[in-house]
Design a binder for this molecule. Sequence first.
Ligand SMILES: Nc1nc2c(ncn2[C@@H]2O[C@H](COP(=O)(O)OP(=O)(O)O)[C@@H](O)[C@H]2O)c(=O)[nH]1
Ligand SMILES: [Mg+2]
Ligand SMILES: [Zn+2]
Length: 351
Amino acid sequence: MNNLLLYGWNNRLFQLKQSSSFNQLPHGRVTVVHKTCYEIISEEGTFLCELTGNLLYGRSPADYPCTGDWILYQPVDKERGIILDILPRERTLYRRKSGTASERQAIASYVDKAFIVQSLDMEINIRRVERFVLQLTDENILPVLVLTKTDLGFDEEQIDAKLNHLRGKLPVFLTSIYSEDDIDKLRRYILSGETVVFTGLSGVGKSSLINALCGQELFLTSAISNSTGKGRHTSTRREMVLMENSGVLIDTPGIKLFGVTADNTGALSEMLDIDDLERSCRFDDCTHTNEPGCAVIEAVENGTLDKGAYENYHKLKREARHFTSSEHDKRKRLKSLSKRVKQFKNHNPDL
Ligand SMILES: Nc1nc2c(ncn2[C@@H]2O[C@H](COP(=O)(O)OP(=O)(O)O)[C@@H](O)[C@H]2O)c(=O)[nH]1
Ligand SMILES: [Mg+2]
Ligand SMILES: [Zn+2]
């Protein structure tokens, strides 16, 4: 029998389950999302599950289960089942669905820590880190920066300078899969029952890191997949593994454009130290764009605030605002549409 406590099952989830009308059914956690079915792990084993019609038609595809979700299911036989309910999502890594203005896509849920993985053999992209930190803090997920491939050599001073304004804001690990010490340190940082999601561009070493942490080749890495030609195919699937008794690891495919959905200006200014500065702006509602007496702009001019961070602050703010206002517009449009349909029906009672 699988011990679901290792997979993160806890009292809170138990309470959530009690409020479901399907609370007499067994629960499980989604480990892999396929096109039309879901692999789940439960006390009874692993099951391949489909969604019940009610769930399928009662919600938008964006609210279908994602990796990490806890579900209630009816077993059909020893290997298959039907999902009848999805427990309310918490601590979810969302992103804006590419090509849309206001749709969210859930990447993983019930996440405790997110490893923002970047490789030291490429230019570190701090603006991307800030973007993730904003998105993660909105959902109470702890962001952790993991810089990989230290064995290939890197300029320590340059990295230090780049990370300067984020110092103390998030834990930073430097790793190489060839260093047992590094891997041990990271492993100890992941507690039993905790869920960690690995995000980052393709090729930065996410799958290699998970393999190293588990001491097994569980995921294809690009080194292997290139030679089998299966690279592209396997990297489009998300998967979850249990580290030896001490944490759940979720791999994600490399997401190039990670659009934020979190309109969390407070967290953003805190991360970039703008919150301390803005108290000294002349106007209480200063937008830090062109106002006289703006302490933020002044800090950029005298070099105490990183210019790139300042520009990213405005960029992320605009992006998040755009997302939330489009979402708002969409809801309004939908509402007015259903109102019109109603009115139309009222005027044409025969329809
Ligand atoms: N030198 C070195 N290479 C690494 C390290 N981690 C991963 N790699 C290599 O980087 C490439 C991409 O790794 P992979 O795990 O597939 O990256 P992913 O796309 O982020 O999952 C592979 O060729 C790995 O062997 C490391 O710590 N040091
Ligand atoms: Mg990978
Ligand atoms: Zn200002």
